[in-house]
Design a protein around this ligand. Sequence first.
Ligand code: NAD
Length: 438
Amino acid sequence: MKIAVVGSGYVGLVTGACFAESGVTVVCVDNDAKKIQHLKAGSVPIYEPGLETMIQRNMDKNRLFFTTELKEGIIGSEVIFIAVGTPPGEDGSADLKHVLGVAKEIGEIINEYIVVVTKSTVPVGTSGKIRKAISNELDNRKVNIEFDVASNPEFLKEGAAVDDFLKPERIVIGVENERTSDIMKRLYQPFMLNNHPILFMDIASAEITKYAANAMLATRISFINEIANLCDILGADINHVRKGIGSDSRIGSKFIYPGVGYGGSCFPKDVKALIKTARDNGYELNVINAVEKANDYQKNIIFSKMSKFFNNKLRNKVIGIWGLSFKPKTDDIRESSSIILIERLLKEGAMIKAYDPAAMTETKKLLGTTIGYAADPYEALSGADAMVLMTEWSEFHLPDFLKMAEVMNGKVIFDGRNIFDPAEIRRNGFEYFGIGRR
Ligand code: NAD
C-alpha cells in the first residue's frame, strides 16, 4: 500500500513515519524546500522523542520518502492525508488557506480513485469545502475521476507523539461510505491490534470531536487554575484539593494540575476556533468563553506575583528562567506562557537569562539577542535576582538548591508548575511562590 502525507510538521512527520513503520510506503510532501532538503539528509527539524530514529530506519528500508512535489506523493497512492497547519485567522477562525490550497492541487493532479483524509484540525464543514475544491479542478480539467473525503483528526501529544500514534487510545474517522471505511480500517489495522478502538462516524461528528476534546482538556486546566488562585487567596493548598477531588472516579486525577495557563499550537487556537464556529452559527459557548478568559488571566499570573514581590520595580532586575517550550519534551514555543512572561518582563526593563533543554534554537529565532541564553540551568541563574520555573522538564525537578543560592543574587523562586517542595526551598533560604500553595 502506498500513501501520501502532505505537511511535514509535528503531525505529518509522525503520521508518515508511523505508517511507514507498519510496512506502508509513505511519501511525505512539504512545500518548504529547506525542510525537505534537511529531511532527505536525515536531519529532523523538530524535537520529538523517538522520531529521528524511526524516520532514519524507514528511509533506510525504502519505505519513507520526502519530496516537495505533490505529484510524486499522489501517483499510485490509495490515501492522501492533509496535515498542514490551520493557524488562527484574525477573527479566531481556523485559517483554511493551506488545507484548501492542497485540495486544489490534488484536483489538478489525481488521475485515479483516492481517499483524501483531513488530519489537520478543521472546523465542521471543511471536508465539504475540500470536496468542492477538488471537484472544481476536475471540472476545469473536464475529467471525471472518483474520490472520497474523510476526516481523521489527530490526538497525539507533542513530546509523546510517536507512542500516542502507535498506541492510540482511539482512532476517530469520519466517512461518507463503506468503501472509505474499509480502506481506512485496513490502513489502521496494525495500530488496533491491542484493542485500541477505531470509531467510525459521520464527517461532521469527527470534525467536532477533535475540538470538543481539546476544549474539554482546556476547561479542566482553566478550572483547576481558578481553584488554585482561590487557594492562594484563602490560604489553602491546591495539592491537597487536587488529590481530594482527583480521587473521585467521576473526576479523575489527569489534567487537573495548576500552572501558568495552557499554550502550544493546539489548545489556544482550537478553543478560539470552536467559539467562532458556534458564534457564526448563532450560538454562544459560555463555558468555553470563560475557559479562554481564565487562561488569559493565568498566563500573567507569574508576572503579577513578580511585580508584587518587586514592588513594580522590575527595571534592571536579572531574571533566570528555566523552560521556554510550552510543555516538556518538545521544542515547540507556540503560545508558550514562558515566552509571554519574557516579553512582559522585557517591556518592564528586566534582563532575562534563559535555559531550556530543547527550545533554545526556536526561541532564538523569535527573540534573538533580546535575552541571554545559558548553556546550563545554573548559568541562567548567575547573578539573578529571581528564578522562575516555567516548563516542568524532568531535569528541573531536583535541582541543587545550595548551588542555586551560591550563584544567585536574590533569594526568591517562582514555581509556575508547582514542582518544587516549598519547605525544602525555604530551608535553603529562598522565598517560594507557587500556584495555589500555602
Ligand atoms: P506544523 O506547522 O508543524 O506543520 C505544518 C507543515 O505544513 C509545515 O511544514 C508547512 O511547511 C507545511 N505546509 C503548509 N502548506 C503546505 C502546502 N500547501 N503543501 C505542502 N506543505 C505545506 O503544524 P502541526 O503542528 O503539524 O499541525 C498540523 C495540523 O494538525 C494543524 O491543523 C494542527 O491543529 C493539527 N494538530 C496538531 C497537533 C500538534 O500537537 N502539533 C496535534 C493534533 C492536531
